[in-house]
Design a protein around this ligand. Structure first.
Ligand SMILES: *Cc1c(COP(=O)(O)O)cnc(C)c1O
Length: 415
């Protein structure tokens, strides 16, 4: 492929106008939307409005007049459209880690009631650490055991001892994607419940929680949903489970009537009981703009069109880097069907300084210990020429030895 070929792909790209929604700094090729999405242009004005009008002028009245009290549901209904959930089934709250604690706890309660002999939470060894930490601590507290295996071993490990299969749909390091419907069916056939983490899926790949008959799901607001740093996360429970148990963080926002101020807890109907405390209204406003930036693709073919472009972008980049940089080993699947919206390469020694040298060239990806160069592809704002140029930069950083410079070899707190 030549640079002109890439430019021709951009000229023919029906999704190209969506890039206009974003305040991308000039000259930056941003391949890290899987870690922190780009700021939508609409966000600053919206947050300013919430600050000066809703908070500054209308003060406490805004809980009612500006609809602050239903933000969790309103934004939840929008995210539901992106992940195949029904209206009223998904709410925005807290962080991904906290929401995982809630749904995993509920799943363990259901397992304890329906199949008390099942004592194992099964997950993947390469799952995101916070998911494993939460599961480990809950397992310890509730008399369960966390068992880890490789992705290829899951089917064989699903036996009569498994209470819950807890997986991240798209692996954060390799981008490998599970077949949610098939894995859920296998788990159910073995009598286990499923908890899906959609951190690298929501807004990135088509997800159909209802069609897959999943049990519980959680996901992240600041990655492909462009909600801003530390944006609130989301939580979904299949309606067949939503009301079976309280989740353990039984705060007043999940109460059936919080403003009756009664001493006893009565959980709200449906998914609202998964709320805990007062929502972060300013962050919610930013998140809504981010979610709207993804929903804007509905006018251009929606998630299916985003997925097509994402795969084309990531394939272009993977092919170009593979051809230009034989020192790097592709760590993501080449098969489109099992690749999320990212491409990773591995190098045993120099992954970190190469990523730092790329960032200095305004090509922003990230490093994931111990050896991964990770590049996220967000079809909402990336162009084919960006993918092509990024591959050229990787080649130049390697060929020039630029990565050897001392400043690229100093570790920062966040990699
Ligand atoms: C990003 C990510 C998280 C983040 O959790 P926080 O509570 O927002 O810090 C959790 N799980 C997975 C799989 C992730 O990729």
């Amino acid at each position: 492929m030549t640079r002109d070929d890439a430019l021709a792909l951009d000229a023919a790209d029906p999704l190209a106008p969506l890039r206009e929604q974003f305040a991308l700094p000039d000259g930056v090729i941003y391949l890290d939307g899987n870690s922190l999405g780009v700021l939508p242009k609409a966000t600053a004005a919206r947050v300013q409005h919430v600050l000066t009008e809703e908070w500054g002028r209308d003060l406490i009245r805004s809980w009612n007049t500006a609809g602050w009290i239903t933000l969790a549901q309103r934004i939840g209904d929008k995210i539901a459209r992106l992940v195949g959930a029904g209206a009223g089934e998904l709410v925005v709250a807290d962080s991904t880690s906290v929401n995982l604690f809630k749904v995993l706890s509920a799943a363990l309660h259901i397992a304890a009631a329906d199949a008390p002999a099942r004592k194992v939470i099964l997950s993947e060894r390469s799952n995101f650490p916070t998911d494993l930490y939460i599961a480990e601590s809950l397992a310890r507290e509730r008399g369960f055991e966390l068992v880890l295996c490789e992705a290829d071993e899951i089917a064989a490990r699903l036996d009569g001892g498994i209470a819950v299969l807890m997986l991240t749909h798209v692996n954060y390091r390799t981008g490998r994607m599970h077949d949610m419907a098939a894995v859920t069916a296998a788990a159910h056939a073995a009598g286990a419940l499923t908890v899906w983490d959609l951190a690298h899926s929501a807004g990135a790949v088509p997800v159909d929680l209802t069609g897959a008959n999943a049990d519980f799901a959680i996901g992240c607001g600041y990655k492909y949903l462009n909600g801003g740093p530390g944006a609130p996360a989301f939580v979904w429970a299949h309606p067949r489970h939503a009301e079976r148990f309280w989740q353990p963080l039984a705060g007043w926002m999940g109460h059936a009537a919080p403003f009756e101020f009664t001493p006893g807890y009565r959980p709200a109907p449906g998914i609202a009981r998964y709320l805990c405390g007062t929502p972060a209204v300013l962050s919610m406003a930013a998140l809504e703009c981010g979610v709207d930036s993804v929903l804007a693709a509905e006018a251009y073919g929606g998630m299916a069109a985003l997925r097509r472009k994402s795969l084309a972008l990531s394939k272009l980049f993977a092919d170009e880097v593979a051809a230009r940089c034989p020192q790097l080993a592709l760590a993501s699947p080449t098969d489109d069907a099992v690749r999320g919206s990212q491409v990773c390469f591995a190098h045993p020694e120099i992954a970190y300084p190469v990523v730092q040298a790329l960032i200095a060239r305004q090509v922003i990806g990230d490093f994931r210990a111990p050896d991964i160069l990770r590049f996220g592809f967000t079809p909402l704002y990336l162009r084919f020429v960006d993918a092509f140029d990024a591959a050229l930069h990787v080649q130049q950083v390697l060929d020039s030895g630029e990565w050897r410079r001392p400043e690229f070899n100093r570790r920062h707190a966040v990699t």
